[in-house]
Design a protein around this ligand. Structure first.
Ligand SMILES: *Cc1c(COP(=O)(O)O)cnc(C)c1O
Length: 364
């Protein structure tokens, strides 16, 4: 490299996205491939989204609204917060980056589980911060471990609830015991990308009692339960002063017009949302039952995906599944060499996955 890269950036491992369907179909010259790799919504999205997007096309020569007013009002009413407590992002990925850039000086620390969602570490290092990684404890977030690594340079901690990739959760009691031990001047980012899928009533939900703790920044997304991953829109709910900082540094048009209208339509369609959640729960139950019958060991999950131990090299199995037109995730790069992660899809897709997995494993 001709140019000197900044030191933290040099250590960033590139984000590994799930393989896109189109790419697999091109490479293997197949059609009708099934993607259960990125925890997307296989059902699609609300028909109201299609209408709203069509209607907005005629305005696409104009810049977006800098603040999507209609959407912010709906979210503010739903969660009983002020519009000034909401920050919209080009996916919640965007908000993660804004937090890192808004609050980290060079050398400041952010503590997070390892492995976890790669965007935390990528954003922290891009902001010249230091990512402090705390290993999981039996596939769950080690909250005491995180507290123990908080030091004088720690500006923020990240927790994910439910956790990606294991599906584990943090209960209300666990969260409050944890937050009591975190210093007053440390931001607690609670990433709730999958919270809509939670069935266990004991799981912590930071918007049950929003803004109670000014340190808590809640991250939510339209990419999963609402099915809008391709539009790119997510939001954060946070203390007004924190929101002001993020709004000061974000790109003025970080959320495009189609994403704004899509999300505004999506939040108003509760029927589609409940249908998505129901199909996901059915899918998770079906996958668990089939995988267990195959003598495999799926981990418990409160999310729309599950990790399963194949007790053999998962990357090999992952590649053979690709040949059968099924995209899942090998968890090898996360340090779980024998695990796959599979998202719950439609009934049909889940069946195709199980059938393909049976065929591939039978060959071993
Ligand atoms: C999918 C996901 C997100 C959401 O990302 P977007 O940028 O909103 O699509 C955030 N956090 C975790 C842990 C995720 O898995």
């Amino acid at each position: 490299m001709k140019f000197k890269i900044s030191v933290p950036v040099e250590t960033i491992k590139p984000y590994e996205a799930g393989k896109p369907l189109k790419e697999l179909e091109r490479e293997y010259n197949i059609t009708n491939a099934v993607k259960l790799a990125s925890n997307e919504n296989s059902l699609g999205f609300s028909p109201r989204v299609t209408e709203a997007v069509k209607a907005a096309l005629s305005r696409m020569n104009r810049y977006p609204e800098p603040v999507a007013h209609g959407l912010c009002k709906l979210l503010a009413e739903r969660f009983r917060v002020g519009v000034g407590n909401i920050v919209l992002g080009n996916g919640s990925d965007d908000i993660i980056a804004l937090l890192a850039h808004g609050f980290l000086n060079a050398g400041d620390e952010a503590v997070m589980p390892r492995p976890s969602f790669l965007m935390y570490e990528i954003s922290v290092k891009t902001a010249k911060g230091v990512a402090i990684n705390v290993p999981l404890n039996d596939y769950t977030t080690d909250l005491d471990g995180i507290v123990n690594r908080v030091g004088p340079r720690t500006k923020m901690v990240f927790v994910t609830n439910p956790f990606n990739p294991t599906g584990s959760t943090i209960t209300r009691g666990q969260f409050f015991a944890f937050s009591k031990k975190v210093p007053r001047d440390v931001i607690i980012v609670v990433d709730e990308a999958y919270i809509e899928f939670v069935r266990d009533k004991a799981v912590f939900n930071s918007l049950d009692d929003p803004l109670k703790d000014p340190r808590v920044v809640t991250l939510r997304t339209f990419s999963k339960a609402y099915g809008l991953a391709g539009f790119r829109i997510g939001y954060g709910i946070m203390d007004r002063e924190v929101a002001e900082i993020l709004n000061r540094i974000r790109q003025p048009f970080n959320v495009n017009t189609l994403a704004q209208v899509a999300a505004e339509a999506a939040v108003q369609d509760e029927v589609f949302l409940s249908k998505s959640i129901q199909i996901t729960h059915d899918g998770i139950d079906y996958l668990r039952s089939e995988l267990t019958k195959m003598n495999l060991a799926p981990l418990p999950t409160q999310s729309n995906f599950m990790m399963v131990d194949l007790r053999t090299d998962a990357t090999k199995i992952f590649k053979e599944m690709l040949g059968k037109g099924v995209i899942v995730r090998s968890m090898k790069s996360y340090g779980f060499d024998t695990f796959l992660r599979v998202s719950a899809g439609t009934k049909e897709e889940n069946k195709i996955f199980i059938k393909a997995l049976k065929q591939v494993l039978a060959k071993k």
